[in-house]
Design a binder for this molecule. Structure first.
Ligand SMILES: [Mg+2]
Length: 288
C-alpha cells in the first residue's frame, strides 16, 4: 500500500512536471490542432538552411551584377515584357517584396497558432505593423546595387494602397527606396496594358519603358513570367524558354509556406473545402 501510494505521488509529480515544462504560450487547442503549414513555417523561421539559400542567392547575384551593368546588351526582361528597346535606358534591378526581401513568416506563424487562414484584412493589418524583417542577403545586395547607380524597383503584389507602410518598413531596415517607381504594387496603372488578376506582366512592361533590367528576384514563378495555365505542366512550360536565365538574370528564392505552386495541385479551386483540397494535394505526391 505504501509503495502504491508512493508510485501515485511520483506519477502525479511527473505529470505536474511535464505540464509545467511543456506549458505552451499558445492555448492547448492551438498547440494540438494539426496544421499543414506548421513545418513549412518552422523551417522558414528556424532552419539555417533557409537563411543560407538567401545569402547564397544574393551573394551570387552581387558577384555578377557589375558584369551585367557593363554589358549594354544585358537585359533580364523577356521579349514579351520588353515593349521598349533597352539600349540607352538607365539600369535597374527588379525585386518582389514578400518572401524575397521581406520576411512575413510571423504572419504565417500567427495563422498556424490561431488556425486562421489568409485574408486581405489581416494581411493589410500585418503590413501596417511594419514589422517584417529583412531576409538574409537582400539588404547588402540592394545597397550594393544602389551604390553603383542601379535603380532598385520593388514590384510587389501588395496592394498599391499599402505603398506608404511598405516603403516605411523597407526604409526602417535600410533598404534603398527612391522615387515613384520604387514600389509598383497591385493596382499600379499601366496605360495600354490589360492586367489580369495578380499578373505582373503589365508592370514589367511599365518598367521596360524606363529601364534596362539587369536582374529579377522572386519567390514565385509569376515574379518572372505570367502563367497561362497554373498546373504543374503549365508552370514548367511557362519557364521552359528561360531556364538558362536562372542564376544569371533571374534569381529564385524558396517559399514552402504559400504560393501559386499549391493551388496548381487542386485545380486552382479555392471554393473546395480544405479537406477536398488536401486530398488532391495528397494525390499529387509521387511514391516512386
Ligand atoms: Mg513574394
Amino acid at each position: 500500500m505504501r509503495v502504491h501510494l508512493s508510485l501515485a505521488l511520483v506519477a502525479s509529480w511527473l505529470l505536474a512536471g511535464c505540464a509545467s515544462v511543456s506549458a505552451p504560450h499558445a492555448t492547448p487547442s492551438a498547440t494540438t490542432a494539426a496544421d499543414d503549414n506548421l513545418d513549412a513555417v518552422a523551417w522558414t523561421q528556424t532552419a539555417i538552411e533557409h537563411d543560407l539559400i538567401y545569402v547564397q542567392t544574393y551573394r551570387d547575384a552581387q558577384a555578377r551584377l557589375l558584369a551585367a551593368l557593363h554589358d549594354p546588351h544585358w537585359d533580364a526582361l523577356t521579349a514579351a515584357d520588353r515593349v521598349a528597346p533597352a539600349a540607352g535606358l538607365p539600369p535597374a534591378v527588379v525585386l518582389d517584396i514578400d518572401e524575397t526581401v521581406l520576411d512575413n513568416s510571423p504572419y504565417q506563424a500567427r495563422m498556424v497558432r490561431s488556425g486562421g487562414t489568409y485574408d486581405e484584412a489581416s494581411w493589410a493589418a500585418w503590413c501596417k505593423e511594419e514589422k517584417a524583417r529583412a531576409l538574409p542577403g537582400a539588404l547588402a545586395f540592394t545597397q550594393y546595387a544602389a551604390a553603383h547607380g542601379i535603380a532598385v524597383i520593388y514590384l510587389s503584389n501588395r496592394p498599391q494602397d499599402l505603398d506608404t507602410v511598405t516603403r516605411a518598413n523597407l526604409r526602417k531596415l535600410g533598404f534603398p527606396v527612391s522615387g515613384a517607381d520604387a514600389f509598383l504594387g497591385l493596382g499600379t496603372a499601366v496605360p495600354g496594358c490589360m492586367q489580369h488578376g495578380t499578373d505582373k506582366g503589365c508592370r514589367r512592361q511599365l518598367v521596360s519603358r524606363k529601364y534596362r533590367v539587369l536582374m529579377q528576384f522572386g519567390d514565385q514563378l509569376g515574379d518572372f513570367v505570367d502563367i497561362a495555365h497554373n498546373t504543374e505542366t503549365g508552370r514548367r512550360a511557362a519557364i521552359a524558354d528561360h531556364l538558362n536565365w536562372i542564376g544569371t538574370r533571374w534569381f529564385v528564392l524558396p517559399n514552402p509556406t504559400y504560393g501559386s505552386w499549391q493551388p496548381a495541385l487542386f485545380h486552382n479551386n479555392w471554393h473546395q473545402s480544405p479537406a477536398q483540397r488536401r486530398v488532391q494535394i495528397m494525390d499529387s505526391l509521387r511514391y516512386e
